[in-house]
Design a protein around this ligand. Structure first.
Ligand SMILES: Nc1ncnc2c1ncn2[C@@H]1O[C@H](COP(=O)(O)OP(=O)(O)OP(=O)(O)O)[C@@H](O)[C@H]1O
Length: 267
């Protein structure tokens, strides 16, 4: 199947600092692609560059074969490429209803509407008139995903949707995402919890210092192998999808799944 999103030799910088280095990647319809890697590996910058929120320095992003590397973010949304950014970026002073409805005009027509988003996130129904800034972390994340769904994306880019949420809230978000995938939406998600990555992803891409160091079907990578790529250690013999040499042990895997302790807060 041809790629929906095809990335070739992509580079992106923050000032002089290269944050995404020569990344090539294919996202196919139906993929649940998890981007993993340590803090600063370039995951957020890559997602933002794909969404048009950050400028590519060089390389190409193709959408259904069409070069969209220089296309403004709002046009990408209209094409069906939506980002749920790290930190949610809701309009805190607006109600949940307003946050959802404001996205409607930006996107495509499709199966997602105000009503179907509320079906997917029933916890928002009693909160429609509440200010988004007054909601719990889990509820805010539901609004952020719901707002992106209102644009009827073909590909949804999700940056650390579980960050700062309680385990229960994270479970709620992923339960809802299962329904989103069931509706035919392709997911590219950044997730620090490797256990969850292995449970939900169909493909795992590991980044290290801006580069892709592994890209393989999720069921072909063990936890230890993912962790190895994560930290750039020596790779296990025969690890699939390896773009580099590296490997680590199970102890490191435990650290990897807790890589963001500073971000934890109550949901
Ligand atoms: N606004 C910014 N200004 C300058 N440098 C930045 C900025 N945002 C990110 N960087 C740098 O770019 C590199 C890639 O950061 P990025 O946030 O994309 O990584 P990440 O893998 O998403 O990390 P995290 O898990 O911490 O979000 C890092 O070296 C980071 O310090």
């Amino acid at each position: 199947m041809s790629a929906l999103l095809s990335i070739e030799g992509l580079n992106a910088h923050h000032g002089q600092l290269p944050a995404v280095r020569n990344v090539s990647l294919q996202v196919r319809q139906g993929d649940i692609l998890a981007l993993v890697g340590a803090n600063g590996a370039g995951k957020t910058t890559l997602l933002r560059t794909l969404a048009g929120a950050h400028r590519a320095s060089s390389g190409t992003v193709r959408w259904d074969g069409v070069d969209i590397t220089r296309m403004p973010a709002q046009e990408r949304v209209a094409e069906g490429l939506a980002l749920v950014p790290e930190g949610r970026r809701l309009f805190a002073g607006m109600t949940v209803r307003e946050n959802l409805l404001v996205a409607r005009a930006a996107g495509r027509r499709g199966q997602w509407s105000f009503d179907t988003v509320l079906d997917a996130f029933p916890q928002l129904a009693p909160k429609l008139n509440a200010k988004a800034g007054e909601l719990s972390g889990g509820q805010q994340q539901a609004v952020a995903i719901g707002r992106a769904l209102m644009t009827n994306p073909r590909v949804l880019l999700l940056d650390e949707v579980s960050l700062g949420l309680s385990p229960l809230a994270v479970q709620g978000v992923y339960d809802a995402l299962r329904g989103v995938v069931g509706q035919g939406t392709t997911l590219v998600l950044v997730e620090q919890d490797l256990q969850r990555v292995q449970a939900v992803a169909s493909r795992i891409v590991c980044m290290l210092e801006g580069s892709v160091v592994a890209d393989a079907p999720a069921d072909q990578l063990t936890r230890a192998q993912i962790t190895a790529f994560y930290f750039g250690a020596q790779r296990p013999e025969g690890a699939p999808g390896s773009h580099t040499a590296g490997c680590a042990d199970g102890e490191a895997a435990n650290h990897a799944s807790h890589a963001h302790p500073a971000h934890k807060e109550a949901a």
